[in-house]
Design a protein around this ligand. Sequence first.
Ligand SMILES: C[S@@+](CC[C@H](N)C(=O)[O-])C[C@H]1O[C@@H](n2cnc3c(N)ncnc32)[C@H](O)[C@@H]1O
Length: 427
Amino acid sequence: MAATASPLTRLAEQLLEQAKALDAYNASNNLPPASFDTESFVELPLEVENQRRAVIDMAQDLKRLAQGPRDLLFDLWNMFADLANFHFIYHHNLPQHVPLEGTTTYGEIAAAVGVDEVLVRRMLRIAMINRLFVETPEGRVGHSAASRILRLEPAGMDAGGFFIEEMFPAAAKMVEAMKKYPGSGEPNETGFNLAFNTSRPFYRELQATPERVRRFGFAMRWFTSGGRFSVDHLVKGYDWAAFDHEGGVLVDVGGGHGAITFALAQATKNLRFVVQDLPVVAAQGAKTVPSELQDRVSFQAHDFFTPQPVKGADIYFLRTILHNWSDVQASRILGQLLPALKDGSRIVVYEFLPGDVATTAWTDKQPFNMDMIQAIGFNSIERTASDWARLFQSVDRRLEFLGTRTSPGSNMSLIEAQFHEDGNHVA
Ligand SMILES: C[S@@+](CC[C@H](N)C(=O)[O-])C[C@H]1O[C@@H](n2cnc3c(N)ncnc32)[C@H](O)[C@@H]1O
């Protein structure tokens, strides 16, 4: 009698099937097979994207099964080492010191950044285990696909810089902050506040240093590029055309440097956009409006804890805003919109949406990563669908929660509410 396949073998067999499907997709589209040298799986049809996700989830479990629980624990605990290693790479901007094509030596990199060669070699070899950079058989250094992205896309380094220089120090202080301020929903009683020795909330603290504002804004823009993060999911995932008429207005509340507004403006013809943010952000963003959008896009300095100055807009749009604020603060932000709303105005929120039950799928983890960021830096929460329903209902009975929707292949979700002047939608 044949022995029943073990979980390890079963998983490996299932994975093999999906991996072959991915290879077949590349081959039939004249794409090179996936490798660490070139970027692969950039834009995929939904079915193939689902196969890719299945491979990732199974590979992750396969690795963990093979590791066993002890190695799994060490892997977890050593994550700080990888982050410290990346900090070195970020600080010395090492991707820029490795040529796009061809290779260089550890000595040349060390001389260029003014650091000891042995130290540079140690750091790069650790990075190589994470598939950043490669060492040739001759002992020279070149790019991997991932480090090449960091060389070609400075905003990718900004994204890394935000994680490593803002959130990583704050993370180390999260538990201390929770002990010092038990149950706090205040934005200035966080790990970030202890790490940076400031009483200002994260975004206010950044305002004091325009370079930190710039880096954060560029990071946010970078997060809208590519795959499951692509802004295309938002552009295609909502009926913007229904509002694209003469006189239609969308207010992008806390719209940062305007990345989302620019994408929505490109996809519409008549809709006008007002991007609101704190003064330094709004001033930086205003300088970047593409010339063809200048008659429909404007920036405005506005604190969303004060009354909304644009009255009667069709849509008040908040992307990754409310997740940075506890329920008490988020209710205050929504409350400042109320006097500006007209009958039928929509509040459209775009956020990560963790499921209401636990998951072990690695590809479902992003909303949970974001939830950790909220706990570390903001004393806030990444809300589930039922949390959103509760939040809107608690703000005002005239707000009808219309529900959530997630475009296939997207890792963010749309959450929508509508204002009814007479409150008659209430059953
Ligand atoms: C996570 S970012 C999101 C930016 C943009 N919505 C996006 O998705 O790219 C949060 C934004 O809220 C802005 N912000 C924070 N506090 C604010 C306030 N009190 N009034 C207006 N904007 C604020 C920040 O400056 C930042 O641009």
